[in-house]
Design a protein around this ligand. Structure first.
Ligand SMILES: Cc1ncc(COP(=O)(O)O)c(C=O)c1O
Length: 443
């Protein structure tokens, strides 16, 4: 593996192994719970972590290791760990940093599942998550950091309205305060955004989305950037510096810059057990091999869809980070030089309008999921944000007529045609408005 290889080469080759027994070129599915010890002493060595050889697939499986290394490589990190879902990745990533009584700062624009975890399981476990406006300035962020703060948490592109976090600014706050920046890079993927280059310490993914890409896998990944100085922050993270059983060196001593990933694998995943199925890792690897190709098409299609929807009279507002009138345009250009992703959310004014629109779609599937090769749409107010009351939804920008569209890689014209025929039921277009809809680019 050469560090000089480009992204397209590394997405195919990084971390790959050639199976020793059969010489298989494709990473095999090692569907095995455990690994035979050579003898009694070997078993003891593996359990004590003194041997590099694995013991049990709950936290260490060869197929999973290849996929985790590949994601870590694409992100530019030093180590990666796969877990059972994106939700599990968030829980494990924060669980490896914080304990009861600790505090985590987040942007106020996050996937609702993460917010639900914050006010549910994490609060019950004694963690306090505090939201800071995504466009707050550096001093406001730094002022919100207290002695108990263990992480600054952001989504590079927020789900569902596409607000883009200024990771450079958050990276500077992380450096000033000694608190690691954790970035959920699910919607951007490492092809569009590289959080470690902006000061992140940890990147997490729902690998269920664009990384797998085909709607067939639930999974999550956590990548350690090797960028954070755990020694300088020893007071906040004593568990990484504590002596281990039988006089073994602490995680910080033994693993240095990769101490966080080692702790995550050897303690958090081992103890909680959110294991990733190796069959899913096999599918994930196949998805990653075409990530850049799919992302280019996703991005191009989303731009065409956003432009077409902007011109339709039934659409009150388009939420798309590539819009010319996006107040954070400069941040978007700095964070996402290769494109702004493929989530386009539209406000149709009322819940009834959203209802009529969604039930009229033919090509586009009405379901909860994003990052699929297929175009998907959902009324988030009655589903993902359904547990909130109206005022809470509005405070998050979830208006009654909001529909999130995850734009797939089908022919752009076919996606646009399906969306427009459903919108025409709400507000038929004039001939001039029909003509104004751009013809999609030919790929
Ligand atoms: C940004 C983001 N992070 C995390 C998750 C959770 O991922 P999963 O569904 O794999 O648990 C999602 C799911 O939609 C998401 O959109």
């Amino acid at each position: 593996m050469s560090a000089a290889w480009g992204f397209d080469t590394r997405q195919v080759h990084a971390g790959a192994i050639v199976d020793a027994e059969a010489g298989a070129r494709i990473t095999p599915i090692y569907q095995s719970a455990g690994y035979v010890f050579d003898d009694f002493d070997d078993g003891e060595e593996r359990f004590a972590g003194r041997s590099a050889r694995r013991a049990y697939s709950r936290n260490d499986n060869p197929t999973n290791v290849v996929a985790a290394r590949r994601i870590a490589d694409l992100e530019g990190g030093v180590d990666g760990v796969l877990v059972a879902s994106g939700q599990a990745a968030i829980a494990a990533a924060l669980g490896a940093l914080a304990q009861a009584g600790d505090h985590i700062l987040t942007t106020d624009r996050l996937y609702e599942g993460t917010r639900e975890m914050a006010r549910g399981a994490l609060r019950r476990m004694g963690l306090e998550l505090e939201a800071v406006p995504i466009d707050a300035d550096e001093d406001a962020w730094a002022a919100a950091v207290g002695p108990e703060t263990r992480a600054i948490y952001a989504e590079s592109i927020a789900n569902p309205l596409g607000e883009v976090a200024d990771l450079d600014l958050l990276g500077r706050v992380s450096k000033r305060t000694g608190v690691p920046l954790v970035v959920d890079n699910t919607v951007a993927t490492p092809y569009l955004c590289r959080p470690f280059e902006h000061g992140a310490a940890v990147v997490i993914h729902s690998t269920s989305k664009w990384l797998s890409g085909h709607g067939s896998v639930i999974g999550g990944a956590i990548v350690d950037g090797g960028t954070f100085d755990w020694d300088a922050a020893a007071a906040r993270f004593p568990h990484l510096h504590a002596p281990r059983p039988h006089g073994a060196p602490s995680f910080a001593e033994r693993y240095g810059a990769a101490a966080y990933a080692a702790y995550l694998r050897a303690v958090v995943v081992l103890e909680h057990g959110p294991s990733f199925p190796p069959t899913s890792a096999f599918l994930l690897l196949h998805g990653i091999e075409t990530l850049s190709l799919r992302m280019e098409r996703h991005v191009a299609n989303a731009r065409v869809v956003a432009e077409a929807l902007t011109r339709h009279p039934a659409v009150a507002r388009v939420h798309y980070p590539g819009s010319d009138d996006d107040p954070r345009r400069a941040v978007v250009a700095r964070m996402l030089p290769r494109g702004v992703g493929s989530i386009v959310s539209i406000d149709l004014g009322t819940r009834d309008a959203a209802h009529a629109f969604l039930d009229r779609l033919r090509l586009v599937s009405q379901m909860t999921h994003i990052g699929d090769v297929r175009t998907l749409a959902i009324h988030t107010g009655s589903t993902i944000h359904g547990k909130l009351d109206e005022a809470e939804r509005l405070a998050l920008g979830i208006t009654p007529g909001l529909v999130r569209i995850s734009v797939g890689i089908e022919e752009a014209q076919d996606i646009v045609d399906d969306l427009l025929q459903a919108l025409d039921v709400l507000a038929p277009r004039s001939a001039a408005e029909c003509d104004a809809v751009l013809q999609p680019e030919v790929h």
